[in-house]
Design a protein around this ligand. Structure first.
Ligand code: AKB
Length: 343
């Protein structure tokens, strides 16, 4: 059972899954095993990978994924996002926490059997924070990893719990065993801001108004934005999100002072996203019709996060600031995407 070149990606059909699979497939040495509850998205069919369809909560799926295979790295992306999680909290808990726990258990078992460390990359979220109201959010400014960890959504609670579980598996799992195994999980996590991709549109999140506004405008569709114009969040474009995961994966363990890191690139209000959208698509029609409950979720997330630790420990820096994100990536790629699908 070799694990040298195997990577496992859960939630393959999601936005990060698409970007990560496309990126990793450029490395001919890697064997990619991908899983999702839905059939593999046709957009990924041309990529050489082993796809196993199934539910992360189904022990048969985990058995299939690990039978005769070990992984050097597991990217556990499968998750129910914040808005869907508020609508189905029990399902969110089961998928986000029970699913992650089951995978952590499998991963630690394979590490011990293979007598190698297994890297476990876990995308967490700004949803792990919970500021009580918009005024406190304004005063808090750039929030550090250990401040304001009082999540106000089921999804945020799940993310914070799984950060802790991953940390537990990496540092303390079976701490009473004599002797203790030297092999186990090398858990690493980034707290992502709202992500914006030119290739895919998110589903079930709360930061979705950013990408939705742009994708609607590019298709000539009007958009009702569910937050106020002054609602501010940190955002990041997908190529930087993929870079963040891969930089963190590649970092030498001894350089990592933490297991969970903030990463940031730019912050924008919904009104600013609207202005940037109008600049590119002057006939875009956007109406601001705030939903008080979804606005409340955005008010509980910081407008900016402090990513000093990621910059210091593993050389994180975004390649796309707000200008480059829109002018060099989002606008041209989204235009192209809908031109191609119209033609
Ligand atoms: C969501 O809105 O739920 C996600 C997130 C910020 O993690 N995009």
């Amino acid at each position: 059972m070799t694990q040298e070149n195997n990577v496992l990606i859960t939630g393959a059909n999601g936005e990060v899954g698409h970007g990560l699979i496309a990126h990793l497939s450029r490395d001919a040495q890697l064997t990619i095993v991908a899983t999702d509850i839905q059939p593999l998205d046709p957009a990924l069919h041309a990529i050489p990978l082993t796809f196993v369809q199934g539910d992360i909560l189904d022990p048969t799926l985990l058995k299939q994924l690990f039978e005769g295979r070990a992984y050097k790295t597991i990217f556990h992306l499968a998750s129910i996002l914040s808005t869907k999680g508020e609508r189905s909290p029990e399902l969110a808990f089961r998928v986000n926490v029970d699913g992650t726990f089951a995978l952590l258990m499998r991963a630690v078992q394979q590490a011990r059997e293979a007598q190698r460390m297994t890297k476990f990359l876990y995308p967490s979220s700004i949803a792990a924070y919970g500021l009580p109201d918009a005024d406190t959010k304004r005063e808090a400014g750039r929030v550090e990893e250990d401040a304001w960890c009082f999540p106000a959504t089921m999804y945020g609670c799940n993310k914070l719990a799984c950060e802790s579980l991953g940390t537990y598996f990496a540092r303390h799992y079976r701490r009473l065993d004599e002797p203790r195994s030297s092999y186990g999980l090398d858990f690493r996590s980034v707290r992502f801001p709202g992500l914006i991709s030119a290739q895919t549109v998110p589903t079930g999140g709360t930061s979705d108004y950013g990408p939705e506004m742009l994708h609607h405008a590019a298709q000539g569709l009007s958009y009702d934005c569910f937050v106020r114009e002054d609602a501010c969040l940190p955002f990041m474009v997908m190529p930087d999100a993929i870079r963040a995961l891969l930089l963190l994966e590649a970092a030498p363990r001894e350089r990592l002072a933490r297991l969970v890191y903030n990463v940031s690139s730019f912050s924008l209000s919904a009104g600013e996203i609207h202005r940037l959208t109008l600049k590119a698509f002057p006939s875009a029609v956007v109406r601001f019709i705030p939903d008080v409950n979804r606005q409340g979720i955005v008010d509980s997330w910081p407008c900016d996060v402090d990513d000093t630790a990621a910059r210091r420990d593993w050389g994180w820096h975004p390649e796309y600031d707000r200008r480059r994100a829109f002018d060099d990536y989002l606008i041209p790629a989204i235009r192209e995407r809908y031109r191609a699908s119209a033609g």
